[in-house]
Design a protein around this ligand. Sequence first.
Ligand SMILES: CC(C)(COP(=O)(O)OP(=O)(O)OC[C@H]1O[C@@H](n2cnc3c(N)ncnc32)[C@H](O)[C@@H]1OP(=O)(O)O)[C@@H](O)C(=O)NCCC(=O)NCCS
Length: 152
Amino acid sequence: MREGRIRSMLEEDIPAIMQLEKECFPVPWTEDMFRCQIMLGDVSANLVYAEDDAITGYVVSWFGVEELHILSIGVKPERRGRGIAENLMDEAIRRSMKNRCKKVILEVRRSNSRARKFYQKLGFRHIGVRKKYYSENAEDALVLEKDIEIST
Ligand SMILES: CC(C)(COP(=O)(O)OP(=O)(O)OC[C@H]1O[C@@H](n2cnc3c(N)ncnc32)[C@H](O)[C@@H]1OP(=O)(O)O)[C@@H](O)C(=O)NCCC(=O)NCCS
């Protein structure tokens, strides 16, 4: 079985991430969006899951005031259901705690039932709706939130 590891996203990862992005989303991020995200440095957690030479998952996020905002997370279709996204989320949360983040927040398409099930499994709760948030099809975003558990 392949063993993966989580590490920070590098600029040279962008071509592989773009490929993955196209497999994950109807409206993929652009290369420049990932480049800007990497440039945020310490106020963000941008991580990849690397298996052998392949990148099979990623998460991009930034640290707001006491709040980790997950901007995007994706896993290669053939590698889903193995805990890769959960591991990426855990590591982003772990890094955000150094920046005093106390909760995680994200938006998800109403129609994205797989992702909604995934977030439900992780303990996210529904706190609101952003109407017509996704402009290309005027779809609503559900806003989900979860407290970060501080272990002592
Ligand atoms: C949502 C996503 C990131 C989950 O990645 P993952 O590595 O499969 O997630 P994990 O293995 O850590 O967790 C799997 C859980 O998510 C849900 N899930 C993930 N993929 C699923 C699938 N193909 N079918 C049904 N449920 C799925 C299930 O609740 C599953 O829990 P269980 O297997 O323990 O019952 C992945 O499906 C994905 O990349 N989707 C496309 C991109 C996307 O929608 N991103 C979220 C945008 S808000």
